[in-house]
Design a protein around this ligand. Structure first.
Ligand code: HEM
Length: 204
């Protein structure tokens, strides 16, 4: 076993900022939706809009980071060991079976993580951003509709944005459970805080 830097400083900053923002956007978003009451509707709208702008800046920085560091390669999907990984989570984990894949700094995501995180990056987050921006600006520039996009109402946009919010909340719940399934219940969490993790060496 050896200790290695797995998550760089920006990687950790991006991860924790993203978590806080998504939870805050969910809290304020569901207040706007009418499901909960916490800040009051008007405050919730202001907070949701502000957090959304910060989230957009974070996304721009993260895109820059992924491409300048080559980290985007971590998310290339693979079917190799995918089945084994799913079986591990369904049954293996309860029999103390070994992890089917080995984590390294160059390949820190298992095949299931690659697939789910890629879907978040190219589908769910873009849907949230585009539907959110349309929510904000659907009245521009014609004052009552973007005619070229033929947006007559917010119904579809609202459904997409809310469905995405449910998906993200489900993801967070699953994510919280899955981070406890590393080599020890807290090893993944500690790694995302300190950046360092104890990993198996090549020969082992
Ligand atoms: C850049 C990203 C985002 C933008 C630009 C954005 C923007 C907006 C806007 C403008 C509204 C309508 C506010 C109003 O009625 O005045 C809204 C509603 C809402 N947002 Fe977001 N949002 C974003 C991300 C998120 C995220 C990540 C979540 C949840 C995890 C979320 C959850 C919600 C929910 C549940 C509603 C209420 C939808 C409804 O009842 O129709 N939003 N968002």
């Amino acid at each position: 076993m050896h200790t290695q830097l797995v998550y760089s400083r920006f990687n950790r900053f991006w991860h924790w900022m993203q978590s806080v923002l998504i939870i805050f956007l969910a809290l304020t978003g569901f207040e706007i939706h009418g499901s909960i009451s916490f800040f009051g509707f008007e405050q919730a709208v202001t907070f949701h809009n502000t957090a959304a702008y910060i989230f957009l800046i974070l996304i721009a920085l993260a895109i820059f980071w992924h491409f300048t560091t080559g980290e985007w390669r971590q998310y290339l999907p693979t079917r190799q060991h995918l089945r084994a990984q799913i079986e591990y989570y369904i049954t293996g984990i309860f029999r103390n079976a070994p992890h089917p894949t080995r984590k390294t700094a160059l390949s820190k995501l298992n095949p299931l993580q690659r697939l789910v995180y890629l879907a978040l990056k190219i589908m769910v987050i873009p849907i949230m951003v585009v539907s959110g921006l349309l929510y904000m600006f659907y009245r521009y520039p014609q004052s009552n509709g973007i005619e070229s996009l033929n947006i007559e109402g917010l119904r579809v946009i609202g459904i997409l944005h809310t469905a995405g919010a449910f998906f993200l909340i489900s993801f967070i719940i699953a994510h919280l459970y899955l981070i406890t399934t590393g080599h020890s219940p807290t090893s993944n969490l500690k790694a995302m805080i300190t950046g360092y993790e104890v990993l198996e060496s090549e020969k082992e």
